[in-house]
Design a protein around this ligand. Sequence first.
Ligand SMILES: [Mn+2]
Length: 271
Amino acid sequence: MIDPQRLYILKDGKLILMGKLIKLPKNGKALIITDIHGNLNDYNKYMHIWDKFKNSDNHLILTGDFIHAMGRENDGSIQIMESVQNQCETSENFHVLLGNHEWSTISKRSVYKAGINQTLDFDELLRENFGQSYNKELEEYVEFLKKLPIAVRTANKVFISHAGPPRNIKSLDEINHITDKGYNDNPPLFQILWNRFEDYTEHDLKTFLKAVNCKMMIVGHTPVDGIKLIYKNQLIVSSSYSEGKKAYVELNLKEEIKNSKDIINMVKYMN
Ligand SMILES: [Mn+2]
């Protein structure tokens, strides 16, 4: 039976249920962009880079938290949401991962930044924009967000997610099924969307990377000055909402990734 809340693709005349893990082959490149947080100006700049970059081998990975600006002024969350939906429907190489801010829209749990309830702000933004049809729009957004994948694993052994790592993961298959238990009261899902580096040890990171057979992990979530290396095997990237510089990664999917140096060489900065 078809579950309307899951994403299916049509392949060779058969409907295939998409899991929560995207696997990228050893071919082409991937642009990895994090934490846009409703900044339409930055989003458009990255889309301009993507427009020049895209071809059948290249991919774009937006690692979540594309909605929720800091405050109501200049909050481009709706425009970005509409654009992201449109891109996902028209390009199979455009991958959008769930962040904790999109998760809050699904789970109806409020998220705060600097004491501001951003979930409530987003609700008000929708009411202002859509008036009477506010509820219908919100439901459509929730449907769309529930279809988003949670992580990407590349053939050259890089694991990409919004945050994390989660604890007690034994295999990549567990990541593929990470939302099977739902969006609320699901510790592994919560951890892959919320964990910052004070929440896990070097041992936790190494254990996780071994379980998913990866050398490096790339996340967003914590604002840093462009990039920050954690325990040698995790790179935090801030592409828009940052503590200074805005960085992204142009990951070469063909090249062997042995250590952090190989990844740091692929970091680029946006002005
Ligand atoms: Mn986040």
